[in-house]
Design a binder for this molecule. Structure first.
Ligand code: ZN
Ligand code: ZN
Length: 116
């Protein structure tokens, strides 16, 4: 008796296409990378004090804990190259204290990039 070879039907993997949220994209491309973690540490080591306008104007000396992007990464939309260009541009970074960072974003009426 010849056996009939019946190829098994492979189940079609239905992956639902999640719409990639812009924020997740920024986190994936920038904040979750080792490059960013190193860049951030470099920035804070080179400029350990808050560089915000208010601190500069008032000669305030506050320790910076966070790094702000002068040109917000979210302005890059979903342009991955631009997200990385803005995210990893050392000249686009500003060392800021946590409170000054909140204040900067409050004035800009933007959401803060990340909090930790
Ligand atoms: Zn400040
Ligand atoms: Zn910021």
């Amino acid at each position: 008796m010849p056996t009939i070879y019946r190829p098994e039907k492979k189940p079609i993997l239905k992956r639902s296409k999640h719409s990639i949220k812009k924020d997740n994209l920024i986190h994936r491309l920038v904040y979750n990378t080792l490059t960013w973690k190193q860049l951030r540490i470099n920035k804070l080591m080179n400029q350990p004090l808050c560089e915000c306008k208010e601190c500069k104007k008032n000669n305030r000396i506050i320790l910076a804990e966070q790094v702000h992007h002068i040109r917000c990464i979210s302005t890059a939309g979903e342009n991955q190259q631009l997200i990385k260009a803005l995210g990893f541009d050392y000249n686009n970074l500003l060392s800021v204290s946590r409170l000054c960072h909140i204040e900067i974003h409050r004035k800009l009426n933007e959401e803060i990039e990340y909090l930790f």
